[in-house]
Design a protein around this ligand. Structure first.
Ligand code: FPP
Length: 254
């Protein structure tokens, strides 16, 4: 689903589509740091400034949901020093930014295997979620210790438990049942996926939810992703014709 915004120009009214949900794979922090002769964690710290910029701009543009891939299930395999510094960074960002996010009506939500994080960080995450739960601006979803295959697996387990308890009839399981059991249950699928850093892959991000998302890849490293780069991604989205399996002719007739 995308929101259609009317943009009255001098002579004609054109419709500019704003994606309702934007998902982002923030890649390139390590390379950004290494090309500057800095340790990789300096790239992650610089990446936080880019997060701040995109959150602000997404809210201004009228995006309703912004989902950021901050740490994947596979990222646990990184050197322990890098993993430890990333976890500390998540804690510090929450400590520093939640007041301002709350003032700006942003609702924070974390998804992923949070039970794998240390208890102090989980308490901080839950407190931030509770504090911002009733805000009605942008919903900022941070995927941490998240993997698309883990997500589908946990959804299957939840559905199986309901079948076992008699609350769900196996014959009635449909796509909506699965969608609702995923970590982003209740959130519309991403309209647009942005991946920075030059790679053209999904890397086990929202495997189910991205089925019909428009995919935008750019070479820009995440810490360099600013207002112009986000506007370019939004412009790309406006130029796409989303057919969801139908023909262009059918859409014209609709
Ligand atoms: C991928 O770049 C980036 C990460 C694994 C971490 C992203 C985290 C942040 C930007 C911090 C944001 C914090 C919050 C709370 C949202 P990479 O290290 O794989 O880069 P490379 O491909 O150049 O090595």
């Amino acid at each position: 689903m995308a929101v259609e915004r009317e943009n009255m120009s001098d002579e004609s009214a054109t419709c500019v589509a704003i994606p309702q949900h934007v998902a982002v794979i923030m890649d390139g922090n390590g390379r950004w740091a290494e090309t500057r002769g800095k340790p990789r964690h300096a790239g992650h710290r610089a990446g936080v400034a880019a997060v701040r910029r995109i959150v602000e701009q997404a809210a201004q543009e009228g995006v309703k949901f912004l989902t950021l891939f901050a740490f994947s299930s596979e990222n646990w395999e990184r050197p322990s020093d890098e993993v430890g510094r990333l976890m500390s960074l998540f804690f510090d960002v929450l400590q520093r930014e939640v007041d301002e996010l709350h003032r700006n009506e942003v609702r924070l939500k974390f998804v992923g295997q949070l039970e794998l994080l240390n208890a102090r960080l989980v308490r901080k995450i839950r407190a931030a979620e509770r504090r911002t739960a009733h805000n009605d601006g942008l919903t900022l979803i941070v995927a941490v210790a998240y993997g698309g295959r883990w997500d589908i697996t946990q959804a299957v387990r939840r559905i199986a438990a309901r079948v076992e308890s008699g609350a769900q009839d196996a014959a009635d399981i449909d796509e909506q049942t699965v969608s609702e059991s995923l970590a982003l249950g209740g959130v519309p699928d991403p309209d647009l996926l942005i991946r920075t850093g030059g790679e053209h892959r999904i890397s086990n991000f929202l495997l189910w939810n991205l089925a019909y998302s428009e995919l935008y890849f750019c070479d820009c490293l995440w810490p360099d992703f600013g207002e112009d780069e986000f506007s370019a991604a939004l412009d790309y989205f406006t130029r796409r014709q989303r057919r969801f399996g139908k023909t262009a002719k059918q859409l014209g007739a609709a």
